[in-house]
Ligand binder design. Sequence first.
Ligand code: HAM
Length: 426
Amino acid sequence: MIQKPKGTYDVYGSKGKNILYIEKLLNVLMDKYNYEYFRTPIFESSELFHRGVGETTDIVSKETYDFKDRGDRLMTLRPEGTAGVVRSYIENKLYGSAVLPLKTWYYGPMFRYERPQSGRFREFYQFGIEVFGTNDPIMDAEVISIAVNFYKLLGLKGIKVNINSLGDNESRGNYRKALLNYLKPYINDLCEDCQNRYLKNPLRILDCKVDADTNILKNVPRTIDYLNEDSKKHFLKVQEYLKELDIDFKVNPGIVRGLDYYTHTVFEVEASVEGFGSQNVLCGGGRYNNLIETMDGPSTPGVGFALGMERLLTALEFEKIDLDYDKGIDLYVIPMSENEKAFAFNLTQNLRLNGFSVDMDYMNRNLKGNFKQADRLNSKFVVIIGEEEVSSKVLTIKNNTTKEEYKVDINSIISFMDEIFGEENE
Ligand code: HAM
């Protein structure tokens, strides 16, 4: 038997319904915040991620799915969404035509060749936003607030918001020097990868999984102690705006994020429910004021975040949150025999096209079996179509909970259903 690839999963049953519900909610939410939908290819040239995400990040150096296409071009399945959206922003010259700031959102599969475990997949879905064109700290706060409000909207209670700042170029440069000085005496005690990172990209030593628990890393200098005046001001403003929106957060100097492009604010939201497991970061993001320039675009500030769908579903499960959507159908149609099937089929189709959720018997069940099926489908109403119904064109619609019955002429079935279901289906 052929099995699914390691680190992937199938979606069916209630999981599928939950995902669709969440996707719909994201859609509506993005409309309210006035964000524009973006879709970029699932594979891009490998160079995009090497330059965008960073050569020495774990994501690029160890986790990408790379392949050569039949034209010998090096391609990579996207490990994240920011680099692709930035490429599209530059390639389509949106800096020229767009109303600034350009606020975008995207949703789709990402691929990382990681060691699979709970909350960590090789194919996973991210919802993300990227905002271009403003360096105002109010936008950092808006981005964080979207993540928090979305989780709250779904009913999640156990979430913690951690923020930090890496500062602007000058602050980052100062921090880099301090970090190199601090680490110098310990170089030989670091893992081989970190010894390499020391030379190429010392900030990445901070997210090393091998050295994470050593005292060397526990006592490293903190980025917030190296912020220049402008960066300090920016970070304080972000905090002010978050307080204005009543968003609880903690300044956590340990948050540095595993991607190279960040400047100023970085943040992560984690699930704090007991037993959630180690992959408890529900989402993460921050500001990236140099990225667009690095990718050969005009100097443009950017800020965004992405959240993982799988970890969100797990958090909902852990908090026992039953998503609030209609889990049944409106009507189940039962033809008594082969003779009434076409009539039932036509009725079913007509109601569906008029906005109702309707199903019928396709299995030639007996009456008892059909009522069981109506219960399984959580149908609110049931109608039996027999010889008499076909000839009189008068149907008996039965409320499947109260068992109340209504006689309805087939010509007024739509207005009857409209009345019963009110505005629900409008
Ligand atoms: P990231 O922290 O690498 O950031 O990923 C964001 C979220 O995606 C994580 O918090 C997690 O929920 C989910 N995630 C990441 N890897 C996996 C995995 N292997 N399995 C399941 N879920 C996963 C980014 O990707 C940045 N592009 C975010 C961003 C957007 N920054 C600015 N704009």
